[in-house]
Write a protein that binds this ligand. Sequence first.
Ligand code: SF4
Ligand code: SF4
Ligand code: SF4
Length: 383
Amino acid sequence: MDETVNNPSMKKSFGKSLLYALPMFLITFVFITGGKPDFSDPAGTLAILATFLGMNILYFLMHYTGKTDKFRAIIFIVFALSLSFTLIRNMLEIRHSMSFSQADIVECKIPFCHLVIPMMILPAAFTKSIIFPGTILGGFANISSMAVLWLVATLVLGRGFCSWGCFYGGWDDGFSRLRKKPVIKKISDYWRWMPFAVLLMVAITAALSLTPTYCSWICPFKAVTEFEQVTGMESAAKAGVFISLFLGLVVILPVLTRKRTQCSFLCPLGAMNSLSNKITPFTVKIDKKACNECFKCVDVCPLFALTPEDVKNGKVSIFCSKCGKCVDACSRKAIHYGIKGIPAGSMKKFSRNIFLFVSFLFIAVFSSGAIITVIKSIFNLFI
Ligand code: SF4
Ligand code: SF4
Ligand code: SF4
């Protein structure tokens, strides 16, 4: 008999789950406290403790319940909100405003974000210069650390970065969960190719103009981070585009469709990450022998990564972010986390355990600083 039919659950016993959670517990303790806990600041200590415990409880629950997506989403969404909060706080402390002026651009006082990477590559290759005016801003978001972190995460997780690493993805992920049922059900799968068109457009326009065109004109997340001071028609038009795209693609459409529409239809880095899915060791596999073609996985996928044809062919597309939603939804466990080289349907628990450990480590490392800062600020209000 097939393992999926006999053993459909990824649940573990309480003791076994604790055992699986122990390495994460130790690693995150060393990472979050730097190995030397400092108890002199009560708000800081409480924030570290809350972040550390919260993360490890979520990781434990992934093993104990056998479910992934809902626990991943909690940390992913909190990460996105916390990052915007800390970024805005930094802007206000250092520049005294969320908007930046031409002088700030000249003085390179603009924090760097990974979405700039697709625009930097061509100009950097041909002109040997970085076109983004970013630098270390109060030790925050500098170019080299962001690029290295993104590169390592992308090589290991592929587009898994878009559910386990990116500090923006939690915004549309969060809004896509607000309604239980979608209002708009039919959206053509062709739209999932749109980010490749955006990628091509921003790469060419950035190379020709030697300016980060996506940041200057299109990025919806300018609405919740930093934006150019409105001083005339052009800057007003840019602000209008940022706010409209944020409201349309990050808030309204995700609520109406239950899909991550910004990440699915616009983000050029998402397109690059999709390509990197080709080279990463982790994947999501479909065991055709166990699948009854109910297409529940297609319905729940927030990134249009699955079509009925993909399921019939037994292949998840390159758009998959390894969020785990389809894996959790499939009652036959026919779709599952896998490792390249291991056939679909085999070693499902082993593959999931390894993937969860690696991907959770990434999100814990990426998010803990911002989450601690936010919790500390909240505690400081009361202490
Ligand atoms: S598609 Fe873009 S914004 Fe969305 S999670 Fe991926 S990198 Fe982040
Ligand atoms: S939910 Fe499971 S059984 Fe249904 S189509 Fe998807 S993989 Fe097959
Ligand atoms: S195919 Fe599954 S794991 Fe991949 S993005 Fe869609 S729901 Fe998430």
